[in-house]
Write a protein that binds this ligand. Structure first.
Ligand code: AR6
Length: 355
């Protein structure tokens, strides 16, 4: 299941559990801890009083009381003392302990704040990297939906150099076509959807459920799975056949060509298994642009192949919006880490890849 970066107040989320960045007493405090106790009401404090505190790097679970979430997993992050005092191992341990509890309880969704990144002073970019590292490692082995809640956008930072590089890449690319685009009366920066050549599918993954309007009635034909061995050269005949290939067929062919398993591909793409199954079983499935790009990234396609795959879904990459340029930046630099790309997209206020 995917990791989703979202901006929200964690106390408003109705997932199975939210994580509290608490202190060792577990008796409440400021920041997210204060907000959770305030929203949950007295019952939470009374239960916390029975727990005997919690050690740094460990976690304990309670009920959610008046919160929309069923449970609260309390963990105690390390205080930042310069980074030479075991802070990283302790912070990693917080994520692992919380996820282990979620797994043990069979929870299906859990939301984390950026532990230690507030009052405890952990540098936010490092705290974010550790959070993403630990959560994605866990998700490779486990099926659970994890939200990472970035509350305070102004203090959210991707690495400064990366930010500057992307900003200047955008400046370089975001030129002529931008004006042509405006001339046609479109919004100059309307995000992922703005470069769609034809978009008949609305596939949104709102926090509390998925809305999908499927396109034109086309007969669903079971997807024939073209199996092309890695070493086999593609003949002219095959190349001609490829023109008629649908998005779904191209995706499955590329997975085979890359010698990947389906699971490795959809996990790397940050795509939910159910969505992958839909695509797999419907040769004419029309994905959203972010879904299509997520697969191109997971497959480590070149820019040209990415454009081809997008075209099959009715989309293009252009220089008229930041989203497309950021994607191009990462592909050009050979960085196919969907989570790093999402961090950058998030920093530039763009739609994120994946489910
Ligand atoms: N929803 C989501 N994230 C939030 C919210 C919210 N409602 N409020 C704050 N954050 P902090 P720490 C973010 O200080 O650094 C407490 O007093 C915030 O922007 O809450 O682990 C405890 O009792 C930041 O990115 O936790 C401890 O004494 C992140 O949550 C101490 O603070 C963590 O900030 C723990 O410090």
């Amino acid at each position: 299941m995917p990791l989703q970066l979202i901006r929200n107040d964690i106390t408003k989320l109705s997932c199975d559990a939210i994580v509290n960045a608490a202190n060792g007493t577990l008796l409440g405090g400021g920041g997210v801890d204060g907000a959770i106790h305030k929203a949950a009401g007295k019952g939470l404090l009374l239960e916390c009083m029975t727990l005997g505190g919690c050690r740094t790097g460990e976690a304990k679970i309670t009920g959610g009381y008046k919160l929309p979430a069923k449970y609260v997993i309390h963990t105690v992050g390390p205080v930042w003392h310069g980074g030479e005092n075991g802070e990283e191992a302790l912070l990693r341990s917080c994520y692992r302990s919380c996820l282990a509890i979620a797994k043990e309880r069979g929870l299906e969704s859990v939301a984390f704040p950026l532990i230690s990144a507030g009052a405890y002073g952990y540098p936010k970019d490092q705290a974010l990297k550790i959070a993403v590292d630990e959560i994605t490692a866990f998700l490779l082995q486990n099926e659970i939906l994890v939200y990472l809640v970035i509350y305070d956008k102004s203090s959210f930072q991707i690495g400064e150099k990366l930010f500057r590089d992307i900003a200047s890449f955008i400046d370089d690319k975001y030129v002529d076509e931008h004006f042509t685009f405006n001339y046609r009366g479109r919004n100059k920066d309307s995000g992922a959807g703005s470069a769609a050549l034809e978009s008949t599918v609305i596939e949104s993954d709102a926090f509390l459920g998925e809305t999908r309007v499927l396109p034109v009635a086309r007969e669903a034909i079971p997807a024939p799975r073209a199996s092309v061995p890695k070493s086999k050269k593609i003949s002219l005949d095959d190349a001609v056949k490829k023109i008629d290939e649908s998005f779904s067929e191209m995706l499955l062919r590329k997975i085979d060509e890359k010698g990947m398993t389906d699971a490795a591909c959809y996990k790397k793409a940050n795509i939910d298994r159910k969505l992958f199954s839909k695509i797999r079983s419907d040769a004419f499935y029309r994905p959203s642009k972010t879904t299509a790009i997520a697969f191109a990234i997971a497959l480590e396609l070149s820019l040209e192949e990415t454009r081809e795959m997008l075209m099959k879904a009715g989309f293009a990459l252009s220089h008229s919006n930041k989203f497309d340029i950021i994607i191009e930046y990462f592909i050009t630099n050979g960085n196919y880490n969907v989570f790093e790309i999402n961090e950058a997209l998030f920093a530039f206020d763009q739609a994120l890849l994946g489910t």
